[in-house]
Design a protein. Structure first.
Length: 394
């Protein structure tokens, strides 16, 4: 039977980073990716946090716009601006494509049109079964460690995945829809330096997050609603939101083309167990997404790095990976879920938070960091800010 050291399922930011960093360290690595072209089908606003390309050693050419301005809109469409970074935007075709190419250059084998089916543990290895969509054959590959990084649609809730399954996974799923809006002339200049996030209620009263992220040649305008919503209602919400964006940012421009794309995002708590024996879970499949804004690319890539690091050290892989995930961002992500639920319970709280952020420029920068990166004075600052917010809104 075919064997490898490290078998990765999914070639998004989590899988590709894990593949690249493990292969660089001499670990025999194979990636199974169901799509024929990596990244071509990813639906995402592709906003990247400051320093993303530097952190993951990626070419700066990926960046479409440097977005130093964050515009937050409350339920009454009042705008609050704050400055950070700058952050960046890209597209997933370019980002995932570049990450996969670099992983392959560094020695990982990436098999496209390879659909992961299931796995079982036998003796000292994990047996992974996948469908080779090109030849229409089923294949099995034995691996010392498996990294599951198949994104929000990963189905880990059946018995084969044991402790990795999370009973309430489905409750955290968010339905999203996005337009790529191409214009006959550029939108207002401020659009290309801004990430916009809007927090308000859908017509059925459910909380909704909407965004406008600028790209070189289009604007990504989209929204997400927690749970399932029928396609027509979602589209009507997005139409209304797009009209609002149009009135502010491109009132005189003609729309030449709109590409419609939808996908699931995850916005609940991370899985409690992300490593069990020979199997690790990373990226969105593990629930590593910031519930307040849907950011998950950084968390995915970082979890890939931590997985590669654990695998390259060879012993106590699951324990090492769990521990480093805990130290890196488990606490922050958990706090973001709690903050989001607190805000949603009384939407007037968004306005208080955004006003506080706009009046306190340092807050956005400190919030971007993980606990392990914050200095003592930053932690004390954040604690004071949290107390102030809580006192104002309780
Ligand atoms: C509409 C939308 C907007 C978003 N905007 C942002 C943003 O602006 N910034 C940000 O940071 N995050 C954003 N996110 C979140 C971000 O997309 C995810 O957090 C990120 O893609 C997670 O990376 P990943 O590698 O874990 O999974 P993914 O990127 O989902 O990659 C998973 C890979 O696994 C493959 N796969 C799936 N199933 C199988 C299978 N059975 N066999 C083989 N391969 C399989 C898929 O084809 C895919 O290539 C957004 C998400 C959505 C839906």
């Amino acid at each position: 039977m075919e064997r490898t050291d490290f078998l990765i399922v999914g070639c998004g930011p989590a899988g590709a980073t894990a593949a690249r960093e493990a292969a660089r360290r001499g670990v025999a690595t194979v990636v199974l990716e169901r799509d024929s072209v990596v990244g071509a089908k990813r639906v995402c606003a592709a906003g990247l946090r400051p320093g993303f390309c530097r952190t993951f050693d990626l070419p700066r050419e990926l960046v479409h716009c440097d977005t130093r301005r964050l515009a937050l809109f409350d339920a009454g469409a009042q705008e609050y601006e704050t400055f950070f970074g700058p952050g960046h935007t890209s597209t997933r075709e370019e980002l995932d494509g570049a990450m996969a190419a670099l992983a392959a250059r560094d020695g990982a084998e990436i098999r496209t049109r390879a659909l992961f089916r299931t796995l079982k543990i036998e003796g000292d290895c994990a047996l992974v079964e996948y469908a080779d969509l090109a030849s229409e054959e089923r294949r099995t590959i034995a691996a010392r460690t498996v990294f599951l990084a198949a994104g929000a649609t990963a189905r880990l809730e059946d018995a084969a995945f044991g402790r990795l399954a999370m009973a309430r996974w489905r409750e955290g799923l968010i339905t999203t829809l996005q337009y790529r809006v191409y214009l006959d002339r550029p939108a207002a200049a401020v659009a290309y330096e801004t990430l916009e996030l809007h927090y308000y209620c859908a017509r059925d009263g459910r909380p909704l997050i909407a965004w406008m992220f600028p790209k070189r040649d289009h604007l990504a305008i989209g929204l997400g609603v927690m749970g399932k919503i029928d396609g027509a209602s979602l589209r009507a919400e997005l139409e209304r939101f797009t009209e609002r964006v149009q009135r502010r940012l491109y009132p005189g421009a003609a729309v030449t083309h709109v590409k419609v794309e939808g996908h699931l995002l995850y916005g609940g708590p991370a899985r409690r167990c992300v490593a069990d024996g020979r199997v690790l879970v990373g990226g969105t499949a593990a629930g590593f997404v910031d519930a307040t804004n849907g950011e998950g690319i950084f968390e995915a890539a970082m979890s890939g790095r931590l997985a590669a690091d654990a695998v390259a050290r060879r012993d106590h892989v699951a324990e090492r990976y769990s521990r480093s995930i805990g130290q890196r961002f488990r606490g922050r992500l958990q706090h973001r879920v709690m903050l989001m639920r607190y805000l949603e319970r009384r939407p007037s709280r968004y306005a208080r938070l955004f006003a506080q952020m706009a009046a306190t420029p340092r807050l956005a920068e400190v919030l971007l960091k993980d606990d392990c990166e914050r200095t003592f004075s930053e932690r004390a600052f954040l604690y004071r800010q949290a107390l102030r917010f809580w006192a104002n809104t309780f």
